[in-house]
Write a protein that binds this ligand. Structure first.
Ligand SMILES: [Zn+2]
Length: 264
């Protein structure tokens, strides 16, 4: 039975049996791992509050080699990212990011650059007033790292160089398709302005990308495209997207002035 130590982020957890916890980690050295934390739900568990969602820590685990599940020996908190849990939009965007990583990566397939990107994303979300934009920057980089970077320099059907009118993004094909060619049924419409933003973001460092500001309508358009891109790569919209939609709807209701009362 081998013992290992690696930096890891808690990306999911659920109860197991009477007092144990099943925990999903995204780790630097082993990629996605699922572990059993014995007695983690007991009042005086040695894990304390370490196994909360988003927590970055040092994971020590036993790999029996007999099961996909590892045994969590301990998990020492490095950064708990508590700021994410105190703000609904940040919480939702953090959940969205870890769901993207969980669904787009296979078990035990290490990707150190993606791990570091996720840490940077959670760190940025914790302090930012623009969590949705951080998710856009994160998702586009994650997609690139995982080998799904869309080609936006030419039509992938007829090889015509971009720019051309009425481009669509065909995820299955892997990039833009022009109006003269026939894209796949689930291709996403994309404006020239959005293609411009995608091109620009590819030339920027992470911190520069986070500082970029767009007109609100273009910002929304990029957000919709990224959501569509992730949903198609994953095979369905992330669950966190629905949560974010509900948060926004309820916050907008709170912000609306109450309807005037009618006097009888
Ligand atoms: Zn074409």
């Amino acid at each position: 039975m081998a013992i290992h130590r690696t930096p890891a982020i808690v990306i999911g957890r659920r109860e197991l049996g009477e007092s144990d916890r099943l925990v999903d980690f995204y780790t630097l050295e082993f990629g996605k791992l699922r572990g059993v934390a014995k007695a983690a739900r007991r009042a005086r568990s040695r894990f304390g509050s370490a196994l909360e969602l988003f927590t970055l820590g040092e994971l020590v685990f036993f790999d029996t080699g007999r099961s996909e599940l590892v045994r969590v020996d301990h998990f020492d908190i490095v950064t708990p990212f508590v700021g994410l849990r105190e703000h609904l939009e940040r919480l939702g965007q953090g959940a969205w990011a870890i769901e993207c990583v969980a669904r787009l990566s296979a078990d035990r397939d290490p990707h150190p650059a993606l791990f570091r990107l996720l840490v940077r994303d959670l760190r940025a979300l914790e302090g930012s007033g623009r969590p949705a934009w951080i998710s856009v920057c994160f998702a586009l980089r994650a997609v690139d790292l995982l080998g799904h970077r869309p080609r936006i320099d030419r039509c992938l059907a007829c090889r015509r160089a971009y720019p051309f009118a009425e481009p669509v993004l065909d995820i299955a094909l892997g990039g833009l398709v022009c109006a003269l060619c026939t894209p796949g049924a689930d291709a996403l419409p994309v404006s020239g302005a959005v293609v411009g933003v995608l091109t620009r973001l590819r030339g920027l460092r992470w911190d520069e990308a986070l500082r970029l500001t767009l007109a609100p309508s273009l910002d929304r358009e990029v957000g919709v495209l990224v959501e569509g891109l992730i949903a198609r790569l994953v095979g369905q919209p992330p669950r966190a997207s629905r949560f974010l939609g509900q948060v926004r709807r309820s916050l907008s209701r709170v912000a609306e002035p109450p309807a005037p009362r009618v006097r009888r």
